[in-house]
Design a protein around this ligand. Structure first.
Ligand code: G1P
Length: 301
């Protein structure tokens, strides 16, 4: 077997418009919406770091300055917090600051699709395998999904995608993979379809927004062929790559919340709040009371 090259860099695409969250996203990037007290984009960066990623490439766009500021130093804020004795908050802000030179930004100048966004990072990635994390998809479980992809990659090399199972009627919202033979931590991918029509999905395993890809993907993306929704789809290029290189899927043991939808965003807030030692108990009681009184109103109606 060829040597398995380490995955050092990750792409996090943050150029999307967030129209589904207007008016909240009129003046603020959707990636800065908060799950409890941390912006959506922070979860993807933390998951990448926990999986051993050293360098993050953000593919950004117009009106996304707040994301750059979020991952930069804030000396005035830090000194004001220090003067007020808020040491815990100072430590938290210092711990989340990426080390100098470990974050890069490039821009996707037109919204041509996920495949195009990834292609925009080609020079910053260079000729090495890379991870890709879609920040709208937030993983909730004992371990981040990317760490599981790394386990599988460590034995198979090649390309690895994160998957989860969805209800059949949800399949047309996602990229869907076909399931082949089983391997430790996952299975071989037999086919991939982006947003299949109702009844045409090869399985109910959907791409959950976590990928490890070989740099040869850029050659396919460079063709800029349009797919579903008339966008340059990453899934279409992955399908071509899978015909020349190993391609495996890792079923995530936790749950991924699709924070690109209002329902997923609210569910993620509840799930992360319930898991927090500081507020989980209170949130549990108030959510339970709300559900019970809502049920009572439904029964009384
Ligand atoms: C993208 C991918 C799709 C994947 C999904 C996960 O779709 O193209 O394969 O299942 O992310 O969120 P999008 O959400 O950009 O339509």
């Amino acid at each position: 077997m060829d040597t398995i090259r380490p995955v050092r860099k990750a792409i996090i695409p943050v150029a999307g418009n967030g129209t589904r969250f207007l008016p909240a996203t009129k003046a603020m990037p959707k990636e800065m919406l908060t799950i409890v007290d941390r912006p959506v984009v922070q979860y993807a960066l933390d998951e990448a770091r926990q999986a051993g990623i050293e360098h993050i490439v953000f593919v950004t766009g117009r009106n996304k300055q707040a994301i750059q500021d979020h991952f930069d130093d804030a000396p005035e804020l830090i000194s004001s917090l220090s003067r007020s004795g808020k040491d815990a908050q100072v430590s938290e802000l210092e711990a989340m600051l990426p080390a100098a030179g470990t974050v890069s930004f490039t821009r996707q100048q037109a919204p041509l699709g996920l495949g195009h966004a990834v292609w925009c990072a080609r020079d910053l990635i260079g000729d090495e395998p890379f991870a890709l994390l879609l920040p709208d998809m937030i993983c909730h479980g004992p371990r981040g999904c990317m760490a599981g992809l790394m386990d599988l990659y460590g034995s198979t090399g090649g390309n690895v995608v994160g998957v989860e199972q969805c209800a059949p009627e949800e399949a047309s919202k996602y990229g869907i993979v076909g399931k082949g033979h089983t391997v430790p931590h996952g299975f071989a991918v037999t086919e991939m379809v982006e947003k299949p029509k109702q009844g045409e999905a090869p399985s109910n395993f959907f791409l959950n927004g976590r990928y490890i890809l070989q740099p040869e993907i850029f050659g396919f993306l460079a063709r800029q062929q349009r797919g579903a929704g008339n966008e340059i789809q990453l899934t279409d290029s992955m399908l071509k790559l899978s015909q020349t290189q190993p391609f495996h899927a890792h079923p995530y043991a936790g749950r991924t919340f699709d924070c690109g939808s209002k329902q997923g965003f609210i569910e993620a807030n509840v799930a992360f709040a319930l898991a927090r030692p500081d507020i989980g108990g209170m949130v549990f009681e108030s959510v339970r009371d709300m559900v019970l009184s809502h049920q009572g109103r439904i029964h009384a109606a």
